[in-house]
Ligand binder design. Structure first.
Ligand code: CA
Ligand code: CA
Ligand code: CA
Length: 432
């Protein structure tokens, strides 16, 4: 015999065979088939049905790091059951998400309802660090004198925040940067505070664009105006200052002296150029022109005239030796032509320092009872002191001055001829 439970309709419970009874006595438990053996009399066979037992499934919970799940042990639940889980994060953490059979099922929340279990199921919960209550904002102007900034401090996380940069006079705001990366090109920068922020407000100097048509100041401080500007030196050193301060403030580009750039002539904005230059003079008047030029091309000029008047001796050296200087071939104590007469004596007595002048110096003469050296100072010679001395022995320290009794330009040195057995005279020329 066969028994078939009624097919359940929607929402109805399925049924299975409960037991078979023979004449009211249980003969078999369950089973869709029943065999009645040795039938010898009328027999009553009955089959009974019962709801099919519910299916059971394993539900396996697990928790990630930094928290626990409850219940934590594996469960066996009937098909269709709901199971509620609770998660408990440790301090500083919150639930990240719930996963069912490794698939995300719920974000956050300490409670999770697993509905209508129909297959073996795993339930996992993960945790993450709890967001901070506050985050720090630091703001810094760069350069520090370029401007000011607002809103440093600690503020509630996830709050809307605004920082503001204000440039100082002469500076312009460029950008907000963080770790060197631009985050805003606006001086007012708003954001949601989802982490600590270290913000730098960058400023740059505003280019100074004043049109400068004002010439710089220029002064010659040496030689000064109180000097005579007449010199017996064949070179002169000029010293002075130049500045564009208050005249456009664009600095000094160059200072030239007779077209040649001076030393120390360049200076930046607001500075003073302390320039100097040495130049050679020609005999007579030398017009010297000094020009200061600012960096915008405006110029100032100063002129002075320096007259070089060489001494007679300098002029004489120039004539014979090509230089007015008391050095080298033309040095006073040099005997250039090896005639035994040093240059200064050649000059003093109108001789040629490049030709043999032996015997051409003034010689003593005997006049009455005197021995006399007399000569006329050559024309054009000046600045020398002529003298004469006498001695009986030629020994150093034995020489005695002889008075000059001549009337310029004549010089006369005379001494009596008396009982002395020997008497030496010599001329002496001094150049101051
Ligand atoms: Ca200027
Ligand atoms: Ca000589
Ligand atoms: Ca000579």
């Amino acid at each position: 015999m066969f028994a078939t439970p009624k097919t359940p309709g929607d929402g109805q419970v399925a049924y299975v065979v409960d037991q078979w009874l023979v004449n009211g006595i249980p003969a078999q438990t369950g089973g869709a088939n029943f065999t009645l053996l040795n039938v010898t009399a009328d027999t009553d066979v009955q089959v009974t049905f019962k709801p099919a037992p519910a299916l059971a499934y394993a539900v396996t919970p697990s928790a990630g790091d930094n928290g626990s799940i409850s219940p934590s042990d594996a469960l066996t639940v009937e098909s269709g059951s709901d199971v509620t889980f609770a998660a408990a994060p440790i301090a500083g953490y919150v639930v990240d998400q719930w996963l069912v059979n490794d698939a995300a099922a719920q974000a956050g929340g300490t409670l999770f309802l697993l509905p209508a279990v129909a297959v073996p199921t795993t339930v996992a919960v993960t945790f993450k660090a709890a967001p901070a209550d506050t985050y720090a904002i630091t703001t810094e102007p760069v350069p520090s004198y370029g401007g000011t900034v607002t809103r440093g401090g600690a503020y509630t996380s996830e709050s809307q925040q605004t920082v503001t940069a204000t440039a100082n006079p002469g500076y312009s705001f460029i950008s907000w940067t963080e770790n060197g990366i631009e985050v805003s090109s606006s001086a007012t920068y708003s954001f949601v505070l989802d982490g600590s922020r270290a913000l730098v407000a960058n400023f740059s100097a505003t280019p100074f664009t004043v049109s400068d048509s004002d010439a710089p100041t220029l002064q010659i401080t040496q030689p000064t105006s109180s000097d005579t500007f007449v010199t017996t030196s064949n070179s002169v050193t000029l010293v002075g200052i130049a500045s564009d301060l208050g005249h456009g403030n664009n600095g000094i580009a160059t200072v030239t002296v007779n077209g040649v750039e001076a030393t120390g002539d360049t200076t930046a904005n607001g500075g003073t150029a302390n320039w100097s230059a040495t130049l050679q003079l020609v005999v007579g008047a030398n017009l010297i022109s000094v020009v200061a030029c600012d960096t915008s091309g405006n110029t100032s000029q100063q002129q002075i005239s320096i007259t070089y008047v060489p001494t007679a001796l300098q002029a004489w050296r120039q004539t014979y030796f090509g230089s007015p200087d008391n050095t080298g071939d033309g040095a006073d104590l040099n005997d250039f032509d090896h005639d035994g007469i040093v240059n200064l004596l050649e000059f003093a007595f109108g001789l040629d320092p490049t030709q043999n002048s032996t015997g051409m110096l003034p010689q003593p003469q005997t006049s009455d009872s005197n021995r006399v050296i007399s000569f006329s100072e050559p024309a054009g010679v000046s600045g020398l002191i002529y003298g004469a001395e006498w001695s009986e022995t030629l020994e150093p320290g034995s020489w005695t001055d002889i008075a000059d009794t001549g009337t310029p330009p004549q010089h006369t040195f005379s001494m009596p001829i008396d009982s002395k057995t020997k008497q030496y005279m010599r001329l002496k020329v001094t150049s101051p």
